[in-house]
Design a protein around this ligand. Structure first.
Ligand code: SF4
Length: 202
């Protein structure tokens, strides 16, 4: 089958990591990875991002060919309570990151650390972030920490289970799926209302 341009978006994922490790300010590019899936889900009402354009999902699929045990993921990973619980936890952590950014905006000192898996602090002193406002640098540290944490979890589940097991509980995937279902539900109920009107039963 002929490959399309979007089959190579895994390269963008690797480029993101390369750039971010060279200068943390490139972490801001990750905002696109955050906004584009939501934009597609809200305005397109579909999961085209997950199905076609997600470089991370593609990369895990490729790496998993060599590194994955290919075992089925445990059932609890697929359960609604776990997926929505993890999404809630992730969003709380995201809001805390935004709060730290705001604190630096209002004058608190910049903290040059990356936080891996929400607890491990990695000193990241050597990068020059003087070209950006301190709050912009703080956002970059926080956002890169989130991206790094989700990637580590993704790689672990890729090795332990199937290559794209991360997609089962990825907060972005859960959010976009929820949005698509909500939109679909509204369309169905609007169509139902129309057909009731058409039938003269409403
Ligand atoms: S579930 Fe997450 S990692 Fe998987 S394809 Fe969708 S956005 Fe990418």
């Amino acid at each position: 089958m002929k490959r399309k341009w979007y089959d190579y978006l895994w390269i963008a994922e690797i480029a993101y990591w390369g750039l971010g490790l060279c200068n943390i300010l490139f972490a801001w590019l990750g905002v696109f990875f955050f906004c584009i899936p939501l934009f597609i889900a809200v305005f397109g009402g579909n999961k085209a991002y997950c199905n076609r354009y997600c470089g991370r999902g593609q990369l895990m699929g490729l790496l998993g060919k060599k590194l994955s045990r290919n075992a089925p993921p445990p059932k609890f990973l697929r359960s609604l309570w776990f997926r929505y619980g993890f999404l809630t936890f992730f969003m709380v952590m995201f809001c805390l990151m935004l709060h730290s950014t705001y604190m630096v905006f209002t004058g608190a000192p910049l903290r040059r650390t990356l936080t891996l898996l929400w607890v491990f602090k990695l000193p990241w002193q050597w990068v020059d972030v003087s070209i950006a406002a301190p709050w912009m640098a703080q956002f970059a540290f926080g956002f890169f920490s989130i991206m790094m944490t989700s990637t580590v979890l993704g790689l672990l589940t890729m090795i332990l289970f199937r290559p794209r097991s991360w997609c089962v509980y990825c907060p972005m995937g859960t959010m976009t799926q929820g949005i698509c279902r909500f939109k679909q539900g509204r369309e169905d109920s609007e169509n139902g209302r129309e057909s009731k009107k058409d039938r003269g039963t409403a």
